[in-house]
Design a protein around this ligand. Sequence first.
Ligand code: GLC
Length: 585
Amino acid sequence: MGQPWWQGAVGYEIYVRSFLDDDGDGLGDLAGVRAKLPYLADLGVDIVWLTPFYPSPQADHGYDVADYLDVDPRFGTLDVLLALTTEAHELGLRLVIDLVPNHTSDHHPWFVDSRASRDAEYRDFYVWRDPAPDGGPPNNWVSHFGGPAWTFDETTGQYYMHLFLPEQPDLNWAEPRVCAAFEDILDTWFSRGIDGVRIDVAHSLVEDPEFRDNPLLGEGIEQAEDDDPSPDPTTARLVFDRFVHVHDVDQPGVVDIYRDWNVVAAKHDALLLGEVYILDPIKLHRYVTDDALHAAFCFDTLKLAWDADEVRDTLRPYVEVSGDALAWPLSSHDDPHAATRFGGGARGARRALAYFTFLCGLPGAPFLYQGDELGLEDGHLETGVASDPIAVRNPGTIGRDAVRTPMPWEPGPGFGFTTGEPWLPFGSNRTDETTVAAQLGFPGSHLERTRELLATRRRLSALTNGSPTEWITDEGPVVVIERGEEVLVALHVGDGDGPAELVLPEGCRLAFATMAEVELIGDTLYLPEDSAAIIELEPTEDGEEPMLDAEERALMDRAAADQDLARMSGDDTGIGNDGAGGANG
Ligand code: GLC
């Protein structure tokens, strides 16, 4: 049996609202996505993930779904989506759509019916509870976006639960008809040719059956809400973060749902990729084992500071526990672009590319967010723009708007994104130089280096075939991993440490470097700060994979392994490290 099609794939997240506007209404659409499929295929990604395009009042920009099986006319039609899917396949791309099973829109017909009366047909599709004895919410749970997780409904005299906006009522996954409905939804999309789903807040869905209060981390919640006038964009989440979420997320039972979905997906060879926001390798692993999800995002990649120990200590346990069942986002529509997170400017972009090169060296699937291939920073927006519900609910903050500003394709007033008025400003830091047109075809540009990186990754099968990962350095500013004794990836995470020199085994070849200043002279790799390199340890003559039959390849692999073993054994690994921290075996 061959490996699953998603093993070793590279993903690309499209925030549909901001990718490309084909009809000039200022909002990105599916026709825009369709037009850029050749761009994505040329870039060298394998999986294209589309954020929600479903009919929706857009209270949370589409993560409030009113119909799971259709397309909002603002984004196009089902026919356009299906044509786009066929064209993606013709270009060798796989299409993954966003599925939002934790909650619906309050405009979804299920909820409209559910709130009509206590004995409505769909009443139990949602989480309804009586008020507490004092008339307040049934427990102390709060919404991710701030405020209580409960809204009182006058008509039926009960509260409904929402871990996000009141316009996003939570579905009741204890109700078997909800489970059945979603298995049908999955089956329908996969039958339509969609290759997989990215599952929104996949760790939620199930709640404590007794609806017990969550313990507080610190002082009272009122204090956090009332006394904190901070304009920090994460203020709303601070309230959420004041609690230990032992009863509202990551409950026993949620993984069982994915075991049932796995059966549906298997019929279609489709991918289940979870947004499992759990920053713990062991807990996360439960979602990707025993025939549950095929893969889950590791969100710690979005948290790491530019610090070699942090990179090693944080990512290594994930790799050791879940290996290639993980997806590694560089940025996302919920988090800052990597170039911004790493300090912005030329240095931020350099670091973002180097870090992505490292993610490309890990087993599993690295994911770019649109614009990452340009080294794009978040848009600089005036406060007061407020489109994201986090920003709307927390006046004076920007929330996630800055990471969602439209994609700059080419110089000009609408940056090639729209001929109309963009739904969100581009940001005052967008210039002609930040566009795709300014980088496409220019060797050394962020875009061209990203394309070269992805081509290199594709060529070096040890990076994509699940080969084991060995962590070569356990201290010093250079993080080095080796895959299957064939490929080595080195990332210089220094900050004032100066360039590093690494002595490598004889006969290596520099397959990819993020900067022209990276050099392999003889057996010594010169790695400036904020750079990364991919090294072939056993390069073939022309840099291509030799065409061998299976038996020849097995013999050669065995001989190479023996040689490697001989070379690597003894008093060092063959990898010296001068000025870049120690090497371990
Ligand atoms: C996920 C999405 C985010 C959305 C939330 C609620 O975290 O990525 O954009 O607001 O779920 O659906």
